[in-house]
Design a protein around this ligand. Structure first.
Ligand SMILES: Cc1ncc(COP(=O)(O)O)c(C=O)c1O
Length: 380
């Protein structure tokens, strides 16, 4: 057993119940037993997405679902608008480009969130835009986009609303039906706290109309094939799924529903608020605009004179806490605390103790315990 505490924005600590579920016997993926587990799991998935529509599991990581979302609903040569305020917004751009889609970038400064008005203006300026992609929780910067408000704008346009909730579903408010999301994607290893390797996607009627109108631009991630197999009795997936990860997702989603979505989201928001306060108590600076800071990951500016290697190396090797670094131009300039999945005050106390002791050891702060004291106050 590895006793390193994972405080990453994925993968997150997996509940022993989920690990146990994965050790069940592997069954025929074209048989009744797998059909049953698949049906139950996709129904649970739709409950967590909060949609009356079917959900589909894809064997692959979150990026597979991002690619499925784009390649099935937008044809080569058509236009797509991508909000880019970090690494994952960029990924939608790259996926669209790879599929020959004319991708337009709506650039927002890293650390800030797109506004519904910006989306409205971009759509007013170009009526040929077929779809808009938004990252709900930009994991690279620790920013949450206002997806409910953007959804209200999107209702006035024909363009499809594609939302990546890879690092927010099960940790922040995501209501696919209410927010008017046409294509919603997520991954297993973040707030749902299952192991990495599975993704999920759900599509609205309008999105399925788009799927049916275009010639599918991907083979493995073809949603027409997924729908056809899913409609069989018993339901199947087009190609061999990860049976063990289906068990894992099933158990992880049951845990989510047992806790209750609202409770789980509130628990994540509490952890986020406590983390932000603790960061400030240590005299550190947030990377993201606090008004739009994420419910599941907090990005912190690296203190002057401290290197990423010595900081994260010490929290991990000396104090047993694994934090994430910055990505792209933020490498070395920020560190990120993932507080998603099975997170309570206990993990945050350990995390802020490790951060405080490390920074004091490196001579960057005076009071090693200020973060822990702040966490205890937040949870009193
Ligand atoms: C917001 C977001 N989208 C997409 C992804 C890609 O997921 P994966 O690494 O599982 O392919 C991630 C992973 O960190 C993410 O945080």
């Amino acid at each position: 057993m590895d006793d390193i505490l994972l405080m990453l924005p994925g993968p997150t600590t997996v509940d022993p119940r989920v690990l146990a579920a994965m050790s069940k016997a592997v069954v025929n993926h074209r048989g009744a037993k797998y059909g049953e587990i698949l049906t139950e799991t996709t129904e649970l998935m739709s409950k967590v997405f909060q949609t009356p529509n079917k959900s589909y599991l894809l064997t692959g990581s979150g990026t597979a679902a991002m690619e499925a979302a784009v390649a099935n609903t937008v044809a080569p040569g058509e236009k797509m608008l991508n909000v880019v305020g970090g690494k994952f917004g960029e990924r939608f751009m790259k996926i669209a480009n790879t599929h020959g889609i004319e991708s337009k970038e709506l650039a927002v400064e890293w650390g800030t969130a797109v506004t519904p008005k910006q989306i409205e203006e971009a759509l007013d300026a170009d009526e040929d835009i077929k779809a808009v992609s938004v990252i709900h929780n930009e994991t690279s910067t620790g920013v949450a986009a206002p997806i409910e408000e953007i959804g209200k704008v999107m209702r006035n346009y024909d363009a499809l609303y594609i939302v990546d909730t890879v690092s927010s579903l099960g940790g922040d408010h995501v209501d696919v039906e209410k927010f008017g999301i046409d294509v919603c994607v997520t991954g297993s290893q973040k707030c749902l706290a299952a192991p990495p390797g599975m993704a999920a996607i759900t599509l609205s009627d309008a999105a399925w109309d788009a799927v049916d109108k275009i010639e599918t631009n991907t083979y493995y991630l073809d949603m027409k094939a997924a729908r056809k197999s899913g409609d069989k009795n018993p339901p199947e997936t087009p190609y061999t799924p990860s049976v063990s990860l289906t068990y894992a997702m099933n158990e992880a989603l049951k845990i989510v529903m047992e806790e209750g979505l609202e409770n789980r989201v509130a628990r994540h928001h509490k952890a986020a608020k406590a983390s932000v306060e603790a960061v400030k108590a240590l005299g550190l600076e947030l990377f993201a605009d606090e008004a739009v800071s994420s419910a599941t990951v907090t990005a912190v500016k690296m203190p002057e004179g401290v290197t990423d290697a010595e900081f994260r190396g010490t929290t991990r090797d000396k104090y047993g806490v694994e934090l994430a670094g910055g990505q792209d131009h933020l490498k070395g300039n920020v560190f990120r605390i993932g507080h998603m999945g099975c997170i309570s005050y206990k993990e945050l106390v350990q995390t802020f103790a490790a951060i405080g002791m490390t920074l004091k050891g490196l001579g960057a702060i005076e009071d090693a315990g200020a973060g822990v004291a702040s966490i205890t106050e937040s949870y009193l």
